[in-house]
Ligand binder design. Structure first.
Ligand code: PLP
Length: 381
C-alpha cells in the first residue's frame, strides 16, 4: 500500500469490540487477567497500551521499519537510545545538532564518562571513517539539521559507521518520513520528536524510534518499559491522528516554504537564506537525492543580532515561539531561544540567524507579514 493509505490505516483496523472506526483512547493503567498471566496481550500500560501499539505500528510502517517504539518526548527517545551506549564508548555527532540534544550529551552523559566527537555535516558526508574507531557505538546525525538546514549524506555515513560496527542514528524530525526514509538509505535507527510534523498541530509532546534491527528493537522494548519514558494513551492518539494528514500537510509546508524562500532571497535586507531546496545550498545535490522534497523549515540571516531579535517580535501572522512542524507558522531566534544551550559551544547558532517553521496558511499572508516585518529593518549601507 502507498504511504498516504498506510498513514490512515496501518495498525488501525476498526475496533474489534465495538466497530469504532477511529482507534479508541484506551485510558487505562491496567488490564484484567482471566488467570495469573492469562490476558489479551496487555497487562500494565507502561509496558504496552493498545492506542500506543496502533501508533507504533503505523509510524513504523511509514518509516519502512519492522519495529517502532513510542516515547514521551523526542528527548525521552534520545536518552533511551543513549542506554545502548556504555561509559567509555563514543558517540560521533553532527555539530549542528538540536540544542537540547547537545545539552543532554554535554551536560548529562559527558560528565559520566561517555565520549563525544562533534563533526561538521560535510565531514560526516565525506570523511567520517577517519573519525571512527572500535569504541564508537553510535553515529548521530540530523538531516536537515536544526537550525542551519545542513544536509548529511545518510548512505555515506551509514557505510562508514558499519565499517567499525557502529549504528547510524538519524533524527528525521525535520524531514518526516513523507520526505525522507533513512532506513531505506542504510541507517540503523530513526528517531523523531513527534511533537513536530508528525503530531502536526502543536498540541502534543512525543518521541519515536524505528528500526529494522530485531536485536536493537528487543533492547529498546526492554528499555522502554524499564526506563519508563512512555507516552500516555491520549498523546499517542493525538500523534496517530496527526499522521493521517501528514502527506497533505507536508506537501503544503513545502509549497509555502518555496514561496517564502523566493521572497526572502530577493529581499535587500536579507543577508542569506538557508534552505536545502536552493541550488546554491552546499547540500542541495545530496538533499535532492535522498529527500522527495525540501521541507517546511527555512532559516535566514539578517545583518545583526539586534535586527534579528527586533524582527521576530514584529510579525503578526508568524507567532514568536519555540518548536516547529505545526500547521501554524512560527518564527524564532535560535541563539537566544531553541539553541541557547549551544551558545558556549564552538558551533553556536549565529546571533543574526532567524528560523522559520513555515505553516500551511495562505502563502500570500505569510509573505506579506514578513514583508511588513522586514520593512521596519533599517537599510544596509
Ligand atoms: N530533535 C529535534 C531535531 C528537535 O528539533 C527536537 C525539539 O525541538 C528534539 C529532537 C527534541 O524533541 P522533544 O522536544 O519532543 O523532546
Amino acid at each position: 500500500m502507498e504511504f498516504e493509505t498506510r498513514a490512515i490505516h496501518a495498525g488501525q483496523a476498526p475496533d474489534a469490540a465495538t466497530g469504532s472506526v477511529t482507534t479508541p483512547i484506551y485510558q487505562t493503567s491496567t488490564f484484567a487477567q482471566e488467570a495469573v498471566g492469562v490476558h489479551k496481550g496487555y497487562d500494565y500500560a507502561r509496558v504496552a497500551n493498545p492506542t500506543r501499539t496502533a501508533l507504533e505500528e503505523c509510524l513504523a510502517s511509514l518509516e519502512s521499519a519492522a519495529h517502532g517504539h513510542a516515547f514521551s518526548s523526542g528527548l525521552g527517545a534520545t536518552t533511551t537510545l543513549m542506554h545502548l551506549v556504555d561509559p567509555g564508548q563514543r558517540v560521533v555527532c553532527v555539530n549542528d545538532v538540536y540544542g537540547g540534544v547537545y545539552r543532554m550529551f554535554s551536560q548529562v552523559y559527558a560528565p559520566k564518562g561517555y565520549a563525544f566527537t562533534y563533526l561538521p555535516p560535510e565531514e560526516l558526508s565525506t570523511g567520517l571513517a577517519a573519525h571512527l574507531d572500535e569504541t564508537t557505538r553510535l553515529v548521530w546525525v540530523e538531516s536537515p539539521t536544526n537550525p542551519l538546514l545542513n544536509v548529511v549524506d545518510i548512505h555515506a555515513a551509514a557505510t562508514a559507521a558499519h565499517e567499525v560496527g557502529a549504528l547510524l542514528v538519524v533524527d528525521n524530525t525535520f524531514a518526516s518520513p513523507f520526505l525522507q526514509r533513512p532506513l531505506e538509505l542504510g541507517a540503523d535507527v530513526v528517531v523523531h520528536s513527534t511533537t513536530k510534523y508528525l503530531g502536526g498541530h502543536s498540541d502534543v509532546v512525543g518521541g519515536f524510534v524505528a528500526t529494522n534491527d530485531p536485536a536493537v528493537s528487543e533492547r529498546l522494548r526492554f528499555l522502554q518499559k524499564s526506563l519508563g519514558a512512555v507516552p500516555g494513551p491520549f498523546d499517542s492518539w493525538l500523534v496517530l491522528r496527526g499522521l493521517k494528514t501528514l502527506a497533505v500537510r507536508m506537501q503544503r509546508h513545502c509549497a509555502n516554504a518555496r514561496a517564502v524562500v523566493a521572497f526572502l532571497e530577493d529581499h535587500p535586507r536579507v543577508v542569506d537564506v538557508l534552505y536545502p531546496g536552493r541550488p546554491s545550498h552546499p547540500g542541495h545535490e545530496i538533499a535532492a537525492r535522498q529527500m522527495d522534497d525540501f521541507g517546511g523549515m527555512v532559516s535566514f540571516l539578517v545583518e545583526s543580532e539586534d535586527e534579528a531579535v527586533d524582527l521576530v517580535a514584529r510579525t503578526r501572522v508568524w507567532t514568536l515561539a519555540e518548536s516547529l512542524g505545526g500547521v501554524e507558522s512560527l518564527i524564532e531566534h535560535p541563539y537566544r531561544m531553541t539553541h541557547a544551550s549551544t551558545a558556549d559551544a564552538p558551533f553556536a547558532a549565529p546571533r543574526n540567524l532567524i528560523r522559520l517553521s513555515v505553516g500551511i496558511e495562505a502563502a500570500e499572508d505569510l509573505v506579506d507579514d514578513l514583508a511588513h516585518a522586514l520593512a521596519a529593518v533599517p537599510a544596509r549601507t
